[in-house]
Write a protein that binds this ligand. Structure first.
Ligand SMILES: Nc1nc2c(ncn2[C@@H]2O[C@H](COP(=O)(O)OP(=O)(O)OP(=O)(O)O)[C@@H](O)[C@H]2O)c(=O)[nH]1
Ligand SMILES: [Mg+2]
Length: 318
């Protein structure tokens, strides 16, 4: 490991937020940097409550995260925030967008990091799980991850978080719409934000009746629906309390560990595939000589047999 990186890791362990910020940049910018960095910090990962906050654009997610982060901080918890901003990966929008709307948390010294998504469809930045690991290892009790709920984001957020909060607003359409968007399946907690707007009551009724129709097993978690006006901090204590309850449920039912196990398995699979792929790529260019292809062309050997032969050779080398 480079001495400069070693120093950063020392500073990180000593609790310097600037070292955390620099390591996040390393992980974000350099391919596979997370392996080297997290290898040195892995024994510290696994304690934080990872909370994903998702929902349609403009629902008030950042305003809510801002208030929630402050609320947790007042309770004596250490909080980190990841804001995934899909709006502008190229113009630095990620730096200005959400942090702008989390001014109070920023002023209170809460660690906030914006990550740009690679694509334009929302979804999480590929670095998100590693940044969450880093924040966890740094000693945050709570890691809040804000992401716009469109497309792939739903699947990503469920893998990255222990608890998923879906923020909806009365005007975002009816509850059926949310169901179609796949948000119903992933929510552990619903927040109806902008409850000061018209139609809020009706929307809550609709949502609750759709939820009550979903079959649930005995002892299974039932997502609560929490009305909120994030700009006035209304609903924030109730949300914090629901999050506590969900965390207790996760721990007591063994799901907290289960989720962690899944994340570890995913990471093993991803890394193993990566390693194998790199070796295979090297072999393929050697192995697939004209001669081999000619034999396949003439029907003397099939692509399947050739593929098996390459893999056998690879494993013999291992
Ligand atoms: N009336 C009302 N406005 C709110 C409420 N919460 C947030 N807003 C406003 O809604 C707008 C969007 O809020 P944000 O917190 O930026 O929403 P967001 O979901 O983070 O938006 P994106 O990250 O761009 O998807 C802002 O102008 C907020 O002031 C609320 O409870 N009531
Ligand atoms: Mg936002």
């Amino acid at each position: 490991m480079k001495p400069s990186l070693q120093r950063l890791i020392q500073d990180f362990k000593a609790g310097h937020p600037r070292a955390l910020a620099r390591l996040i940049t390393e992980v974000e910018n350099r391919e596979n940097a997370h392996e080297e960095i997290l290898e040195a910090l892995y024994s510290r990962v696994g304690r934080a409550h990872r909370i994903g906050i998702t929902g349609p654009p403009g629902a008030g997610k950042s305003t809510l995260v801002d208030a929630l982060a402050l609320h947790f901080q007042k309770q004596g918890k250490r909080v980190g925030v990841i804001a995934v901003d899909p709006s502008s990966p190229f113009t630095g929008g990620a730096l200005l967008g959400d942090r702008h709307r989390m001014t109070r948390a920023t002023q209170a010294g809460i660690f906030i990091r914006s990550l740009a998504t690679r694509g334009s469809l929302g979804g999480l930045s590929e670095a998100t799980p590693f940044v969450a690991d880093l924040m966890d290892a740094f000693g945050f009790d709570v890691v809040l991850i804000e992401t716009v709920g469109v497309g792939q984001a739903e699947l990503d957020i469920i893998h990255t978080s222990d608890t998923v909060v879906v923020v909806l607003v009365p005007e975002s359409g009816d509850a059926i719409q949310a169901m179609k968007a796949g948000l119903m399946e992933i929510a552990d907690i619903f927040v109806i934000n902008k409850y000061d707007r018209e139609g809020a009551h009706r929307f809550q009724n609709e949502l609750e009746s759709v939820l009550s129709m979903q079959p649930r097993r005995e002892g299974e978690w039932t997502p609560p629906v929490i009305p909120a006006v994030a700009t006035r901090e209304q609903g924030v204590p109730e949300l914090a309390e629901a999050l506590e309850r969900h965390l207790a449920y996760l721990k007591q039912s063994g799901r907290f560990l289960e989720k962690r196990k899944h994340r570890i398995l995913d990471e093993i699979e991803r890394t193993a595939k990566d390693l194998l792929w790199r070796r295979l790529e090297g072999r393929l260019s050697e192995a697939l000589t004209q001669q081999w292809l000619q034999r396949a062309l003439k029907g003397e050997e099939t692509p399947y047999a050739l593929a098996r032969r390459i893999v056998e050779q690879l494993s013999r080398e291992a």
